[in-house]
Write a protein that binds this ligand. Structure first.
Ligand code: F6P
Length: 318
């Protein structure tokens, strides 16, 4: 079979590892693989390159995606999708694996509903895809953020300040929650849970009163701006506060061992689906098992939020 692979939307660490896993597993099992450059935009333009075993060498440990990624408005329209299908047929590609987030899954579903076998791998740092406990890149990002918060904590202690660290995640608070727990944050502000500035200030104030030498607040970009939270803390408490927006440093760098193993297993699973005639599915990991669910089902559900972990974070911030 001829299998196309593309990466789409915001990149994430582990995408290269996923491309490598799919390519090598497919070739070992007797299939041909084509890399599609620049996401759906490249698909419509026919930017296809044949991939051999060696073409995916030396990329396992690299962040980003060597196929590159893009967000395409044209592909959202029926004419764009028809253009893409024509290019796939012209190149004799009969299966398409899409590595990306929510928007990329919508694209894969649109092609599937037009009769083309597509498959999704959850490539996004946000961990906001349903039917998977982890998305590709999330673990790496959380580890990166924890390291950066450690640095911020050092200087916050020296100056007895409160540091507000704003992290990515779009509408999801998972990066903030997990990095916040792992770095002992005093307050975690996320879109999934109601919060108030008064409560935040009270926690920080009480911390200093108990003898803490710094305050750490982790804010998900989907909940508030770190800058605003810092200004409000200073205004309401009179304590010094500084905001750090981590930005794109969170999305690059070498993938963690977890993300490399996850993508190796997902690559194997997607080839298994292709060979058993199960298409229109997204691959996930649930309770440690690699699973597949229809793209339609995945897109109709919300990713789960770990309320228990949030409660634990509150208890441990004392
Ligand atoms: O979805 C991944 C993500 O990094 C989000 O966390 C962030 O909000 C967004 O992408 C940034 O998008 P862009 O790369 O278009 O600036």
């Amino acid at each position: 079979m001829n299998i196309g692979i593309l990466t789409s939307g915001g990149d994430s660490q582990g995408m290269n590892s996923a491309i490598r896993a799919i390519t090598r597993t497919a070739i070992v099992k007797g299939h041909k693989v084509f890399g599609i450059q620049k996401g759906y935009q490249g698909l419509m333009e026919g930017l296809f390159i044949p991939l051999d075993l060696r073409d995916v060498g030396d990329i396992l440990h690299r962040g980003g995606t060597f196929l590159q990624s893009a967000r395409s408005l044209e592909f959202k329209e029926a004419t764009g999708q028809e253009k893409a299908l024509a290019k796939l047929r012209e190149a004799n590609i009969d299966h398409l694996v899409v590595i990306g987030g929510d928007g990329s899954y919508h694209g894969a579903l649109a092609l599937y509903e037009r009769g083309f076998p597509t498959y999704g791998l959850p490539g996004t740092i946000d961990n906001d895809i349903a039917c998977t406990d982890y998305t590709i890149g999330f673990d790496t990002t959380v580890n990166l953020v924890v390291g950066l918060i450690n640095n911020v904590r050092d200087t916050s202690t020296s100056h007895e300040r409160t540091s507000i660290i704003e992290v990515m995640g779009r509408g999801s608070g998972d990066i903030a929650l997990h990095a916040g727990v792992a770095s002992g944050a005093d307050v975690i502000i996320i879109p999934e849970v109601e919060w108030s500035m008064d409560e935040v200030c009270q926690v920080i104030h009480e911390g200093f009163n108990r003898g803490k030498k710094h305050g750490i607040v982790v804010v998900a970009e989907g909940a508030a701006s770190g800058e605003h939270v810092a200004e409000e803390i200073e205004r309401k408490t009179g304590l010094e506060a500084r905001s750090t927006k981590l930005g794109y440093v969170q999305r690059g760098g070498s993938p963690s061992a977890f993300d490399r193993i996850l993508t190796s297993r997902m690559g194997d699973k997607v080839i298994e689906c292709i060979e058993s005639g199960i298409s229109g599915v997204a691959i996930g990991i649930e309770g440690g098992e690699i699973t597949s669910h229809p793209l339609k089902e995945v897109l109709s559900k919300k990713s789960t939020f770990d309320v228990k972990l949030y409660e634990i974070a509150k208890n441990l911030s004392k």
